[in-house]
Design a protein around this ligand. Structure first.
Ligand SMILES: Nc1ncnc2c1ncn2[C@@H]1O[C@H](COP(=O)(O)OP(=O)(O)OP(=O)(O)O)[C@@H](O)[C@H]1O
Ligand SMILES: [Mg+2]
Length: 255
């Protein structure tokens, strides 16, 4: 098994606040791993450390074969191999869809216009938006904008994709199209690390589910194990709250 992501003893503090308190886990090549956990548990920070948007306080993070904690690392070269999709789509509002997909290909990868446009169109096709290339972000629904953001990431030819709650800013009826695109990426064998609250997606698509709480991995395993038969009370009470958000946590829940 080749690891696409290997994280060992990862600690991250912001001032006095220790947000990641010793995280270990790996994502194998071609694997889909979903990270779940309560707000503030450190999920986004973990993802950001895997892309060096945050510098780890200590620990080892190896992504796409590169040790991100190596001071001599050319981080831009590694980042090019990692696609990142956020909750906010971060499209350029003044550029049309095609231009949003070609600008980084041309500036960062040095592709000429024709090649960048060819790649962009192929990826718009992949996310079902071939007919929107001349549109501007403001003319698209949130779900369409997020699919453009995914196509933009794919246009860079990433070896792996990181997703941070890609559907949580969307109206419920738009979530399915974005999850459908992610599911087809998974089917094509893309390596994916996905922070999500979509338990149905995690159950169906993930090879492994990781439950984080309070800066540590509490448990991980197959979706059936973690979502269907969790070993830890913290996981059980989290899942109960996600499935029935109106319910108060059980009286014996540890927080
Ligand atoms: N740049 C920062 N400076 C200071 N504190 C931060 C910073 N980024 C994150 N934190 C803190 O780290 C903790 C973990 O944040 P993080 O965003 O990783 O949580 P999360 O699990 O992604 O939560 P959510 O589900 O709400 O997105 C929070 O207490 C947050 O306030
Ligand atoms: Mg987050």
């Amino acid at each position: 098994m080749t690891a696409a992501i290997e994280i060992q003893g990862l600690h991250k503090s912001f001032g006095d606040l220790e947000v990641l308190r010793g995280v270990d886990f790996t994502v194998a090549q071609g694997e889909v791993v979903c990270v779940i956990g309560p707000s503030g548990s450190g999920k986004s920070t973990l993802l950001r450390c895997a892309n060096l948007l945050e510098e780890p306080t200590s620990g080892r993070v190896v992504v796409a074969g590169a040790d991100l904690t190596d001071p001599d690392l050319d981080i831009d070269r590694v980042r090019r191999r990692i696609g990142m999709v956020f909750q906010q789509f971060n499209l350029f509002p003044h550029l049309n869809v095609l231009e949003n997909l070609t600008i980084a290909q041309r500036r960062v990868l040095g592709r000429d216009r024709a090649e960048a446009e060819r790649t962009a169109r192929a990826n718009l096709e992949r996310v079902g938006l071939a007919d929107k290339e001349a549109g501007y972000p403001a003319q698209l629904s949130g779900g369409q904008q997020q699919r453009v953001a995914i196509a933009r990431a794919l246009s860079m030819g990433p070896e792996l994709m990181l997703f941070d709650e890609p559907t949580s800013a969307l109206d419920p009826e738009l979530v399915g199209d974005v999850l459908g695109v992610m599911r087809s990426l998974a089917d094509e064998g893309m390596t994916m690390l996905v922070v999500t609250h979509e338990m149905g997606f995690a159950r169906e698509v993930a090879d492994r589910v990781v439950f984080m709480d309070d800066g540590v991995v509490v448990e991980e395993g197959s979706p059936d194990e973690v979502l269907g038969n969790p070993r830890h009370e913290r996981t059980r009470s989290f899942l109960a709250r996600v499935v029935n958000p109106g319910d108060a946590p059980p009286a014996d829940a540890q927080s």
